[in-house]
Design a protein around this ligand. Sequence first.
Ligand code: B4P
Length: 190
Amino acid sequence: MINLILFGPPGAGKGTQAKKLADRHNLMHISTGDILRNEIAQSTPLGLKVKDIMDRGELVSDAILIEILRSVIEKHKDVNGFIFDGFPRTVPQAEALEDMMRQEGQKIAAVISLEVNEEELIKRLLNRALELGRSDDTEEVIKNRLSVYTNQTSVLKQFYTEKGLVHIVNGIGSIDDIFSVLVGITSKLN
Ligand code: B4P
């Protein structure tokens, strides 16, 4: 079983590469952003609660996210491993994930940090806005998401570096070239 975290700022390519890695290694891809957007699309009570928060580019509460993760992990005990995309985003989320993994007799094998500069991130997300029309891909909200990342999420790089788990990858280049670098890393894990 391999459990991976794809880490990086909004627009770094986490979702893009997580899907490809999940296919390659037959892992379960967990995108907390997709899970939340799905709740919004279905107008569930949870979706109604988180919509405004996400539209502003703020983080949804740790308690909600941790509960979502706990339930997904418990329902999928038979998978080869998980790729966590967009989770954890805060230290309490990272600590909760460690507990959940420990309870299942599992651990995180690697944290892949996709590194992309701010100018390129903004360009990509504005591009996606044209393609998909995501409500949090406006220039103002993108800037807020980037500052939320700097203030609340980027500290996790140090958290995982201290555990010796971080692999830094340049996230600029073609999607396929970056994927090859990632496969070079993940193929050596067990
Ligand atoms: P997410 O859905 O995780 O959104 P994201 O950070 O923007 O990353 P995403 O994975 O979608 O984009 P990617 O980099 O792949 O989160 C959205 C919101 O949900 C958060 O703001 C928050 O409100 C909430 N949320 C989610 N998880 C949470 C948590 N744990 N705690 C609290 N709140 C949470 O790709 C971006 C674009 O770049 C795409 O268009 C892609 O095609 C393009 N791209 C990718 N790779 C490229 C490359 N190499 N070259 C050029 N373009 C590339």
